[in-house]
Design a protein around this ligand. Structure first.
Ligand code: GLU
Length: 472
């Protein structure tokens, strides 16, 4: 039974890279008919941000990455929050001390700083060689602060096979005796990930490539504890551009921010899936259920992917087009709220005009900005080379257009062309002048009569009269 996990640290918003790791772990498990588990890695107390755990739950539920086991859903391998498992790590660390695979260390910050200054690139095993176990135990009983370090062999090469990157070989000499248990009694990631992945029965560890070269340390721990090593799948980072990683510090790389910008969750998940994986048929638009069918490690990239918001917008626009008019209206409605100039308009009708023109919901700001900018009327917009119109022609025509709007409001759609015909103008000339007078915008989400319908009779007349007054 395949068991994968997503093991975020609750340090803030759920970043696009984290969500992708969760997605791949979810897809890998689903494809194999296995289980997907959520574990909260919160042993770095200083980095824990209040509310971040709830945000992780909410995002995974919202995006459909339902976990079979986790802190808020339970399961047979809990607790699924590392701070609730504190004693357990200490017990295993003590077992490793007995077998010689770990040791107590009392070195002060000053001594470690000194080592560093003297050019050492890693800890020098001072306490392993100079503090016998009996003495260490006495010092601890007397209340002295300590950490527990992993005892990495001084020489030799370790190797393992990563399912994406192939064989990885690391010289033990390049690895440090890292801390397993910190002076606050909590484990480091380097220790807790091993204990928990084993105890939670994780078969496939899927995580960022930053752990690729420290995995040999983890393998030593599995070996020392007599446990079977899991399979590893490391994922290349998502880049902002050719040089910079998309980082947590970049506010716009968060799931929540994309939602706030007006992306649909399904489009976000779909786009994120493509950042490091492509299905055999190179399909780009896929539902989560389709991805569950198609996911496979051969499609996982060995190189980094560049986050391309233009492509994500395009993908989002496909999802927006698929919404029914009612769904579109319900989803876009909150995005009208910041624009006071929309108050009083028929927003459901506005939605029908904007639906086909919206790629992400915040586009509605730009698409409707002309409505609020009307009073700064620019009369040069009457000038249209194709229709041979200008402000002078508008001045000539507008009194009649105002009259038509007033008296034939219900049949404007027919009345405007009929006026063109009887007055000897081209229909395009009349419609252009009418629409510019009504909106003062070269392009609008709809034609002359649609704009009139949007504003309603009273506002349309106010606008047309104001437009005429601006012609002097
Ligand atoms: N807590 C680690 C992180 O957020 C998880 C790494 C892993 O999946 O093992 O980077």
């Amino acid at each position: 039974m395949v068991r994968t996990r997503f093991a975020p640290s609750p340090t803030g918003f759920l970043h696009v890279g984290g969500l992708r790791t969760a997605l791949y772990a979810y897809l890998y498990a689903k494809k194999a008919g296995g289980k997907f588990i959520l574990r909260i890695e919160d042993t770095d107390l200083e980095r824990t941000v209040p509310g971040a755990v709830e945000l992780i739950y909410r995002t995974l539920h919202e995006t459909g990455l339902h976990y079979d086991e986790g802190p808020d859903v339970g399961g047979a391998y809990g607790p699924y929050v590392q701070t609730e498992r504190k004693q357990l790590y200490l017990d295993y660390a003590q077992q490793l001390i007995k077998s010689g695979d770990a040791y107590y260390c009392f070195c002060s910050k000053e001594r470690l700083g000194q080592l560093h200054e003297n050019g050492a690139t890693k800890y020098d095993k001072h306490c392993l060689h100079n503090v016998p176990l009996k003495e260490a135990e006495r010092r601890i009983a007397a209340g002295e602060k300590y950490v527990i370090r992993q005892n990495i062999p001084a020489e030799g090469v370790s190797s393992y096979v990563d399912l994406v990157f192939g064989e990885i070989r690391v010289d033990y000499n390049d690895l440090e005796d890292n801390i397993l248990i910190k002076s606050d009694g909590y484990p480091t990631y380097n220790f807790a990930n091993v204990i928990d992945d084993h105890l939670m029965g994780i078969t496939h560890v899927i995580r960022g490539v930053e752990y690729l070269s420290s995995t040999p340390k983890y393998n030593l721990l599995y070996d020392a504890l007599g446990w079977e090593r899991p399979q590893y799948i490391h994922l290349q980072p998502i880049m902002r551009d050719a040089h910079q990683k998309l980082s947590k510090r970049h506010g716009d790389a968060n799931y929540e921010d994309f939602i706030a910008k007006g992306y649909l969750k399904d489009a976000i998940v779909n786009y994120i899936a493509l950042l490091g994986w492509s299905p055999k048929d190179n399909r780009e638009k896929m539902t989560l259920a389709e991805m569950e069918e198609l996911f496979s490690l051969d499609g996982v990239s060995k190189s980094a992917s560049i986050f391309d918001e233009a492509k994500m917008r395009w993908l989002n626009s496909l999802y927006v087009k698929e919404l029914s008019p009612q769904e579109f209206h319900a989803k876009v409605l909150p995005f009208y709220a910041p624009y006071a100039y929309l108050q009083g308009l028929d927003l459901a009708y506005l939605s029908t005009l904007l639906h086909g023109r919206t790629e992400v919901f915040t586009d509605v700001g730009k698409l409707t900005a002309f409505i609020g900018a009307f009073d700064d009327f620019d009369t040069t917009l009457y000038t249209n080379a194709k229709w041979k119109t200008d402000a002078a022609l508008a001045k000539q025509m507008l009194p009649a257009l105002i009259d038509i709007a007033d008296k034939q409001w219900e049949s404007l759609h027919e009345a405007l062309p009929a006026y063109a015909e009887s007055a000897g103008y081209k229909k395009g000339q009349v419609l252009w002048i009418f629409r510019i007078a009504l909106t003062n915008a070269a392009s609008t989400p709809g034609g002359a009569t649609e704009m009139a319908t949007l504003f309603g009779k009273a506002e349309s007349l106010r606008r047309l009269r104001y437009a005429l007054s601006r012609l002097g």
